[in-house]
Design a protein around this ligand. Structure first.
Ligand code: MAN
Ligand code: CA
Length: 161
């Protein structure tokens, strides 16, 4: 008997071949698995780094791995990360460019979701320009030069038909 994986592979291939007429995207896609050592939740893959870093280094390390510093987009996603990786971690949000104007980026796209703790961001002592998810799951601005746990995110692979 043919292995199930081979049959699924052949069916997928047939579906793909039907869509090779041009550059157009076909109507359906299926989600592939994350690379080894990356964890999957929904359509994202995540990896926790082994050491705590300052925010700018955290951002750079994620880019080196072909990913970006995580920016959770729901309470469910936040809980997944807290339960499986760290309670507290850097997120890809800062007001380094314009004090008081917070920018959160999913790769190079600005994202709208935020979950600030009541009273935050407060720029305490005038030196808080980078954000973390706190142990309670909401966000706080803190000094960018402190060390915090790092989680990188990248889109899960997709097969388009
Ligand atoms: C308190 C609050 C926070 C601030 C931290 C800094 O928890 O003022 O807004 O970021 O202190 O340690
Ligand atoms: Ca703060």
């Amino acid at each position: 008997m043919l292995p199930k994986r081979l049959i699924i592979g052949l069916i997928s291939l047939c579906l793909m071949i039907r869509c090779t007429g041009g550059n157009e995207r076909c109507g359906a896609s299926i989600r592939g698995a994350c690379p080894p050592a990356w964890s999957q939740w929904g359509d994202k893959c995540y990896k926790q780094l082994s050491k705590n870093l300052p925010w700018a280094e955290a951002k750079q390390e994620c880019i080196k791995k072909g990913s970006v510093l995580v920016v959770p987009q729901s309470q469910e996603e936040t809980e997944f990360l807290q339960n499986n990786m760290h309670r507290q971690f850097w997120i890809n949000c800062s007001d380094l460019q314009v004090e008081g104007t917070w920018v959160c980026q999913d790769g190079t796209t600005d994202v709208e979701y935020s979950n600030w703790k009541t009273g935050e961001p407060n720029n305490a002592k005038g030196i808080e320009d980078c954000a973390v998810v706190t142990a309670s799951g909401d966000w706080n601005d803190v000094p960018c030069n402190g060390d915090s746990p790092v989680i990188c995110q990248r889109p899960a692979p997709q097969l388009h038909f």
